[in-house]
Ligand binder design. Structure first.
Ligand code: LLP
Length: 428
């Protein structure tokens, strides 16, 4: 079932016409379908049901993909924990109602103050990525008089076959501890009195469209787990990370069921509780970015459709050469002629584009468009470059919709700033 579809020639999110939201909220805005979020969750929930008994499997939503409070709460109510990478994300997870014990704290560079905040809040698991972090965490836990439950994230050196900027499991990447050095790191962790080593973690990359790299990585980590147990460590958990891809153009990512059946086969008899940290797969296709055409500018080489969303709202096209589908909110006639165009924003940079060389039915000023698969790494990567206010986020559920993060006014944005005391006050 598609949660974004034309009905009577008008694009709807579930039961609400996106043009109706645009009229009320203004453009640009992100729109998330609660139905699509639930359906995405259900696919995971079904696939892990009864899996890996008696140790079980659980899902911690990687909220870096979309940290809107309403989105986190929706997943939390369905049973998700959270995978976080900062204290800011931790506070969001807690504010959205995630129990601290269901939070996993990942990240390659955690500050002592952040580790302290995480331990004080009682996060369930910290995924440590370096010997330095082991020592720091041990010291912080000692100060607090607690034991920190940790896994060590290993870097299995497999090629996830995705974009270079979102590959994380190669030797060249900054993430995790080289799998060949992992036994030493576990030995160190075992000697540190304030750490409770509970398992191993990995995350090999993002937007993976094949299960093969997961299989290769699991095989390597499985072997490591055997060695670690021989070394006397009790390895109870295996955190497999996130990374499952979605459809932007014509990718064919594996179904969750197929992915899980490979994981199941490769971890059979391992005797570990499994954790998954999906982000994009849960939210990516459940969100769109809606924008209005400001003007159409015929150029010597091609036509530029200048819209009111820009690279500050969705940086993926210019940062990763990412392809996002663009659709007009009013359904074009099937026989409509197309023109070749670039969909660009108003920002003063040539890298400010949402799509290039697209063949679209002609657009004109005032028309509305949507950018698909913008639910992941859209709003969370936005900035207010060019003093553009962050675009609001809207959630649709059936025939209802609500703004879950309003657009700030320029005055609100300015009020966050201060003049140094030595400057003359501005004269009104
Ligand atoms: N776990 C860890 C430790 C991660 O670093 C990530 C993503 C995830 C889980 C979730 O991965 P996902 O299931 O969403 O692929 N901004 C980029 C993606 C960066 C991903 C960073 N880490 C993009 O727009 O493609």
């Amino acid at each position: 079932m598609s949660f974004f579809a034309y009905k009577n020639g008008e694009m709807h999110a579930e039961g609400v016409a996106l043009a109706q939201i645009a009229a009320q909220v203004g453009t640009p805005f992100y729109c998330y379908s609660a139905g699509a979020l639930r359906a995405g969750w259900q696919e995971f929930a079904d696939a892990i049901k009864g899996m890996n008994a008696p140790h079980g499997a659980s899902i911690c939503y990687a909220m870096k993909a979309n940290s809107n409070l309403a989105v986190i709460r929706l997943f939390g109510e369905l049973g998700a924990g959270a995978d976080i990478v900062s204290v800011g994300e931790m506070k969001r997870a807690l504010a959205a109602g995630i129990a601290p014990g269901r939070i996993i704290y990942s990240g390659v560079g955690k500050k002592p103050s952040e580790l302290m905040a995480a331990l004080q809040a009682g996060v369930g698991q910290i995924n440590v990525e370096s010997s330095h972090e082991l020592e720091t965490l041990n010291a912080v836990a000692g100060q607090l008089g607690v034991k920190a439950a940790i896994t060590i994230r290993v870097n299995p050196d497999v090629d996830a076959k995705t974009h270079a900027k979102i590959t994380t499991g190669r030797k060249e990447n900054k993430f995790g501890i080289d799998i060949d050095l992992a036994r030493d790191a576990f030995a160190l962790a075992g000697r540190l009195p304030n750490l409770d080593v509970v398992g191993v973690a990995m995350h090999i990359g993002s937007q993976l469209t094949s299960v093969d790299p997961y299989r290769d990585a699991i095989v390597r980590v499985r072997e490591l787990i055997g060695q670690l147990r021989q070394d006397g460590h009790s390895i109870e958990r295996f955190d497999i990370g996130g990374g499952l891809g979605i459809v932007y153009a014509d990718e064919k990512p594996p179904s969750i069921a197929d992915f899980m059946s490979v994981v199941k086969r490769e971890t059979e008899g391992l005797g570990c509780e499994l954790t998954f940290e999906p982000g994009r797969r849960l939210v990516g296709e459940a969100g769109v970015l809606v924008s209005e055409v400001i003007l159409v500018k015929p150029g010597a080489a091609k036509t530029f459709v200048i819209v009111d969303a820009a690279m500050n709202d969705l940086i993926r096209p210019t940062l990763y050469e990412a392809w996002h589908d663009i659709l007009p909110l009013r359904q074009p006639r099937p026989d409509a002629a197309t023109i070749r165009c670039d969909i660009v924003g108003p920002i003063c940079e040539s890298g400010d584009f949402l799509a290039q060389n697209r063949d679209l039915a002609p657009l004109s000023a005032g028309d509305l468009i949507m950018v698909r698969s913008a639910g992941a790494y859209g709003a969370v990567m936005a900035s207010s470059y060019n003093s553009r206010p962050l675009a609001p986020e809207v959630m649709v559920d059936g025939t209802r919709f609500a703004v879950t993060r309003p657009r700030p006014t320029i005055e609100e944005m300015l009020s966050a700033e201060r003049f140094p005391p030595w400057m003359e006050p501005t004269k009104a």
